[in-house]
Design a protein around this ligand. Sequence first.
Ligand code: CA
Length: 219
Amino acid sequence: MRILLVEDDDLIGSGVEAGLHHAGFAVDWAQDGHQAKLALETTDYALVVLDLGLPRVPGTELLKWLRGGGKDVPVLVLTAKGTVADKVGGLEAGADDYLGKPFDLTELIARCRALLRRSQGRSVEILRYRALAVDPVAQTVLRDDVRVPLTAREWAVLLQLLTHQGVPQSRSRLEESLYGWHEEVESNAIEVHISNLRKKLGADLIKTVRGIGYVVERA
Ligand code: CA
């Protein structure tokens, strides 16, 4: 799942980016309100983590623009303005949750997961595919009711394939689900993740489509 992080502070931004990434999300980090707006216009995000004090377009304005345009992506507001009035203002502008700085990274990730669970609970619960039961929010996979441990990146590749059954996914499309803007793409990484997924979940789960990429056939 892809998250947009909007934060102008280098130290906080890089910490949150690394934490979310480690938790298995692809993260795009926008460092001002204008950059965030462009990203939101061109990319579908599962969640936005938004600082309110931003250069160019302030966070509250960005939030109003987002909600005014009918986008219902969940937004977790992150700010030093921790007073009750600011908090109420942020929630009224359309934030789904609020975390005051300084915050604990573990709590931020737990709240992101809770928001995703709430927003996805409407349409996606447990994804079943043959012997697999996949929980997209808790990021767990059961094979014949036995939990199979996956790395964050194996998980991201699997989810991309399972949510596009019957539609071959190119290597670059799979890489997009793994890497945010600032990350170097490792060569051969996709092949390695596919090979590990086949070992863990069954050799026939993921088919190679010559010259195109990989596919999980329709159940
Ligand atoms: Ca700020």
